[in-house]
Design a protein around this ligand. Structure first.
Ligand code: NAD
Length: 458
């Protein structure tokens, strides 16, 4: 089927109103849950085949996240979808007011390669739960995972309700040329801008989950040993290819030495003396990204790691000493297992570096001084963050997950995933047994009554 036909078929299906039936939505989501649980091993195998992501990391950061989001959605769907009564305006007396959760219609989801399962499935679940049709375009760089996603979606849904379209930039471009009712995109800032431009043509609303250069501040009061352990985990999970991984480390000069010593120890503990042999350490997704990252090491002082192997796109967990602000590694988002260390002494030093970049997707601050951490959190604008750990704000589905400024538009997870896929339609019903005359013409002689009325009751 060509893309025009796929989209038209879904639009026709949406017009039949069938996607709005809440028990149908629940039944389909339950069916999806059964299939996802049954296929878990095949999914983790696919992720391993794509970039040597271990089963353990796949269960922790992909399959479990999808399963819990899906279970939560099934459990709460009735109450989330129900029209929500709000206090009626006194000026409308007598009346009631409700917010209806209206599905947008035909939704396009485009997902990236770095968490290729989770970042494709979670938006799909939200869009279906909210009553939309979905075309999902997973990443072409993870063909094994994209194939299994395709298999799962076609087992559970009829193609007019949800379907997977595979392909690269050309297919994505063709999809973006269509008129959608909503676009949910996860990926790079540069492609995010292409998506926003395509959406603007039809004023299509978008969620853009993008990237950024995430600072990680380690204050002199921090528990250095624990901070290092948590930074090593958050930086090198998924081979450093995580949108919310700490990008660069801003370390108070007085604790740098201790940090570097612990860093080497933590790497050894997690991945052994030679991480290349570790079953737990993933590879860089492709040669292009491998070469991009390798270039960042050129001419830099390596404190830890630094080894690369082009045979299977291996880059060791690496710590770089004091790169200059215009070096390759400090230019844009690193998106790989390389951590530059930059020392600071004053808050002004920190500000100079952080404010040099666009608003990041995440920010981390390690400090035992509450006032310092609070000041950082309120001073800088960023998508979301954690104090005294890295990346774990992601795990709380009550928190909106998303960026701000260049790192994205809109937040999701939990109920918010459902909410972003519906238009909140405000409706008021008036009763007929009373009709207060003050608003009607002729107005002559009623101004003072109007003023009193509106000031008292609005
Ligand atoms: P990408 O932008 O290259 O690709 C994402 C998707 O867009 C893919 O499906 C791809 O096929 C498609 N695409 C690529 N070029 C396109 C073009 N010119 N026109 C239309 N579609 C195009 O991103 P990626 O390399 O897959 O992922 C890495 C980026 O994603 C990083 O910047 C990372 O920070 C970001 N990311 C953000 C989040 C988040 O939740 N905010 C999560 C994961 C990744």
């Amino acid at each position: 089927m060509n893309i025009d036909t796929i989209v038209q078929t879904q639009k026709n299906f949406f017009a039949t109103q069938q996607t709005k039936n809440i028990s149908t939505r629940r039944a389909l989501l339950k069916k999806l849950l059964t299939v996802l649980i049954k296929e878990e091993k095949n999914i983790t195998n696919a992720l391993y085949a794509d970039f040597k992501k271990s089963e353990y990391e796949s269960v922790m950061t992909e399959t479990s996240i999808v399963i819990s989001e899906l279970k939560r959605t099934i459990k709460h769907l009735n109450s989330w979808a129900k029209p929500q009564s709000v206090t009626p305006a006194f000026l409308n007396f007598p009346s009631w007011s409700k917010i209806y959760k209206e599905p947008y219609g035909a939704v396009l989801v485009i997902s990236p390669w770095n968490y290729p399962y989770q970042l494709a499935l979670v938006p799909l679940i939200g869009a279906i739960a909210a009553g939309n049709t979905v075309v999902l375009k997973p990443s072409e760089l993870t063909p094994n995972t994209s194939n299994i996603i395709n298999q799962i979606v076609s087992t559970v849904f009829s193609p007019e309700h949800a379907t997977v379209v595979q392909g690269g930039v050309d297919v994505s471009t063709e999809l973006l040329a269509q008129r959608w009712d909503y676009i949910f995109f996860t990926g790079s800032v540069s492609v995010g801008k292409i998506v926003a431009k395509a959406a603007a043509q039809f004023l299509t609303p978008v969620t853009l989950e993008l990237g950024g250069k995430n600072p990680c501040i380690i204050d002199k009061s921090a528990n250095i040993k624990l901070a290092t352990k948590r930074i090593v985990w958050g930086k090198f999970i998924n081979g450093g290819q995580t949108c919310i991984a700490p990008d660069y480390l801003l370390i108070h000069r007085s604790v740098k030495e201790a940090f570097v010593t612990h860093f080497q120890k933590e790497i050894n503990k997690a991945y052994g003396e030679n991480p290349e042999q570790s079953e737990d350490y993933p590879r860089i997704i492709n040669e292009r990204n491998f070469n991009r990252l390798k270039l960042m090491l050129k001419g830099e002082t390596i404190l830890v790691g630094g080894k690369t192997n082009s045979k299977d796109n291996y880059i060791a967990p690496t710590l770089i000493d004091e790169p200059s602000i215009d070096s390759e590694v400090m230019k844009g988002e690193i998106f790989g297992p390389i951590a530059p260390v930059i020392t600071y002494e004053t808050k002004e030093d920190l500000h100079k570096i952080i404010s040099h970049y666009e608003k990041p997707l995440a920010l981390y601050v390690f400090s035992n001084q509450q006032s310092f951490a609070k000041e950082i959190i309120s001073k800088y604008s960023f998508g979301g963050g954690t104090i005294n750990d890295t990346t774990v704000h992601f795990a709380n589905h009550h928190l909106p997950f998303g960026g701000v400024g260049e790192s994205g538009i809109g937040g999701y997870h939990g109920k918010q995933t459902f909410d972003i896929f519906c238009h909140k339609k405000g409706v008021t019903k008036r009763y007929n047994w009373l009709d207060i005359p003050v608003r009607y013409a002729p107005y002559k002689g009623k101004l003072n009554t109007l003023k009193t009325f509106m000031r008292l009751f609005s």
